[in-house]
Design a protein around this ligand. Structure first.
Ligand code: FAD
Length: 478
């Protein structure tokens, strides 16, 4: 089937019958569509907004562009530490935002090109199931076509979660979308939720002088991370002047003309905080509404579609991947699921179900955090005897040369078998290092292979080696 683009400007498609229809063109949907087409499956992908989904347009990529501006600005502020002088260093917020948007735009165009190259039919519009094997496409509420396929993949993603009784208004109370394109910087900012998204925005706004307060309901920031990492990251943020309150709940947000007063309760006495703007970053809910699953056997629990190990729903021929199919809400998890799903549909023999313990997690805050597998606490709670290794950035030659001495690498091994159970890192560029442990875990290595691995010198990656050696009392370098 030749590629066809069926856009608002008109119909350029010859066929309404496919082998696979994908609803949603984010990293779950577009990657599944491309892989399917490579396997000879006639595929259409329906996207109602932007190809690339949240990740390319409003998530992973534009935030990293913003954070890069923050990082360069921060570094310029420390120029003298490197024997340099940089006077009159300033910034232009609109150009920072423009750069972030143009990076997103470039990647969106790249996805369109890839779909075309792989002969996937791309259809602008809203897709919804209309009984078995049938999907209706509508635009502005009007039905424009009915498509058929034996396989239908739902990859509709997720949207920001609201707090009870508190809504986003887009002007004073923001979601990540408004937080990514501010017209001007607020003087003060409350971020509700200390997961990855909250911490990344905290790093961006703090770098440009905004007075940032973070409130988290659980007892620590980045609650999914190893406890030592969370504690370290919190201290680092507080050293940078951010205020962090954990074990606290935002009870109410009262809007003023150009500010918001939050009522916050927790371990301490309830208190009020008035800020210019608020970002709600308390998680996401799956986009399960308006896609026609009500009349089917597709099961939804806690706003997520329930799937089995091959991403099949309870309705034969209907699958779900990515954020709509539950946590972790990460682009690489969505894409990986998309590939597994279509390779299984194609009947490939070597398909493996997703092992969630092997999904790396990265937070691009300042400092960065990256991790994989079990935390030390989780390993102990599971009754495992563990050996734990740690190595500080301050002991690594490259880190010292870079002037990046804050952070450490921690590895957790099964004391009986030597299996790598988990790896946890905080510090500069750790998000570029974690894949080393991902490969180790995929290959099911023990400390023996990792100790035998030769790491180049001088690199930050040597800390990964040293952390393994430290777990076994064998550190050799300073
Ligand atoms: C601020 C922020 C930063 C993030 N940073 C990272 C990061 O650094 N790394 C990481 O791994 N993850 C990150 N994420 C998470 C990541 O964006 C998601 O996990 C990822 O986008 C999920 O992919 P998906 O394909 O499941 O859904 P989405 O990317 O949400 O794509 C779903 C697509 O479906 C479309 N759609 C929905 N319903 C319909 C319909 N009925 N018909 C047609 N189209 C429809 C939507 O328009 C959307 O384009 C971040 C998220 C945010 C918000």
């Amino acid at each position: 089937m030749p590629h066809a683009y069926w856009g608002k400007e008109g119909l350029a498609v010859v066929n309404t019958s496919f082998d696979l229809i994908v609803i949603g063109g984010g990293p779950g949907g577009y990657v599944a569509a491309i892989r399917a087409a490579q396997l000879g499956i006639a595929t259409a992908v329906i996207e109602q907004e932007h190809l690339g989904g949240v990740c390319l347009n409003w998530g992973c990529i534009p935030t990293k562009a913003l954070l890069r501006s923050a990082e360069v600005y921060r570094q310029l502020g420390h120029a003298s530490a490197y024997g340099l002088s940089a006077s009159a260093v300033g910034f232009d917020l609109s150009r920072i935002i423009d750069r972030s948007r143009s990076v997103a735009g470039r990647l969106q165009a790249g996805v369109k090109h890839l779909l075309k190259k792989n002969e996937v039919t791309v259809i602008d519009g809203h897709g919804s199931l209309q009984g078995p094997k049938r999907v209706r496409v509508s635009r502005e509420g009007k039905s424009v076509a009915d498509l058929t396929a034996p396989h239908i993949l739902v990859a509709t993603g997720a949207r920001p979660k609201k707090l009870p009784g508190i809504d986003f208004d887009g002007s004073l109370i923001w979601t990540y979308k408004q937080a990514m394109v501010p017209k001007k910087l607020p003087k003060s900012l409350l971020i509700v939720g200390a997961g990855a998204i909250g911490i990344e925005f905290a790093g961006f706004y703090n770098a440009f002088g905004v007075d940032v307060t973070i409130v988290e309901t659980l007892d620590r920031i980045l609650p999914a991370e190893d406890e030592e990492i969370s504690v370290f990251a919190r201290k680092a943020l507080e050293k940078q002047g951010l205020r962090v309150t954990t074990g606290a709940v935002v009870q109410a947000l009262k809007k003023g003309a150009d500010n918001v007063t939050a009522t916050i309760s927790g371990a301490q006495k309830p208190f009020k905080l008035t800020v210019d703007r608020v970002i709600l970053a308390v998680g996401v809910v799956g986009n399960v509404e308006g896609i026609g699953i009500e009349g089917t056997r597709v099961r939804v629990e806690k706003s997520q579609i329930v799937v089995d190990e091959w991403l099949r729903t309870d309705e034969p021929g209907v699958y779900a991947v990515g954020d709509v199919a539950g946590p972790p809400w990460l682009a690489h998890k969505a894409s990986h699921e998309g590939v597994i799903c279509v390779e299984k549909i194609a009947g490939l023999r070597e398909v493996r179900p997703l092992d969630k313990r092997r999904i790396p997690s990265c937070v691009y805050g300042h400092p960065q955090v990256a991790s994989l597998g079990l935390t030390e606490g989780e390993a102990r709670d599971k009754g495992r005897k563990v050996r734990v290794g740690r190595f500080p950035f301050a002991g690594n030659g490259k880190a010292i040369a870079l002037g990046e001495e804050e952070g450490f690498v921690k590895t957790v091994f099964d004391a009986e078998t030597g299996a790598l159970l988990g790896a946890h890192m905080v510090g500069s560029e750790v998000t570029e290092l974690i894949h080393g442990f991902s490969i180790a875990k995929t290959l099911e290595t023990t400390e023996v292979e990792m100790a035998h691995t030769i790491f180049p010198h001088p690199t930050l990656s040597e800390m990964m080696h040293e952390s393994v050696l430290e777990a076994y009392g064998r550190v050799v370098h300073f």
